[in-house]
Design a protein around this ligand. Sequence first.
Ligand SMILES: C[S@@+](CC[C@H](N)C(=O)[O-])C[C@H]1O[C@@H](n2cnc3c(N)ncnc32)[C@H](O)[C@@H]1O
Length: 221
Amino acid sequence: MSERSEAEIALANRQFCESWLDEDQPITDARPRGQDLGAMPIGSGGGVVLRFLAASVNARSVVEIGTGAGVSGTWLLRGMDEDGVLTTIDVEAAHQQIAKQTFAAAGFAGHKVRLITGQALEVLPRLSDGAYDLVFIDAAKKEYADYLAEAMRLLRPGGIVAIDNALWHGQVADPTSRDEATIAIRDLLRRVRDDERLVPLLLPSGDGLLAAVVKTPVGSG
Ligand SMILES: C[S@@+](CC[C@H](N)C(=O)[O-])C[C@H]1O[C@@H](n2cnc3c(N)ncnc32)[C@H](O)[C@@H]1O
């Protein structure tokens, strides 16, 4: 066996995990479109986690904040129940037009996807309390704490909140990084970790995926 440093092994493991499951054509086609739009799609490692989480709670109602070109939405739909509906919000109608094409290419057309164009913090208050199985957050970093508060209202007990870019390109772990997005994400990590209503998990997949299950209150069934 060759002598490898811990850093080399960690990198090799990471690359192996990120490419362990191949992405198919609807997603590989959408990826460069998202990048061209400046709506960076979730990595394949993170996408696999989203599909797993959606399947683990038999998700029928999912909210996505930040549609982009539809990469994360496609992964979520692939884990959701067949009769599930993805409600996906983005402030850019042009991004949602591309996402619509991605969803159609992946076999999810019409009633499976509810696209809402608008500022997330104006749209979210219109959605029903406790009606959702999973909320995925991937939009304006400085609004993450507000998205989390909305997610807590929208999720049923046992539901899951998942948040992309939880490691923000290595900046979160670097104590010298103090830009606005990094500070907002550190604040969010603290809120999720310290919230007694949540069971949290931080994964290094992609750019970092933070997830948490909403505990079912004791004695509620
Ligand atoms: C990183 S991209 C989302 C990528 C997508 N989740 C995927 O994996 O394919 C972020 C998206 O959030 C949208 N966005 C940014 N700020 C927003 C806001 N305040 N309200 C709603 N959408 C917003 C952007 O237009 C962009 O499409």
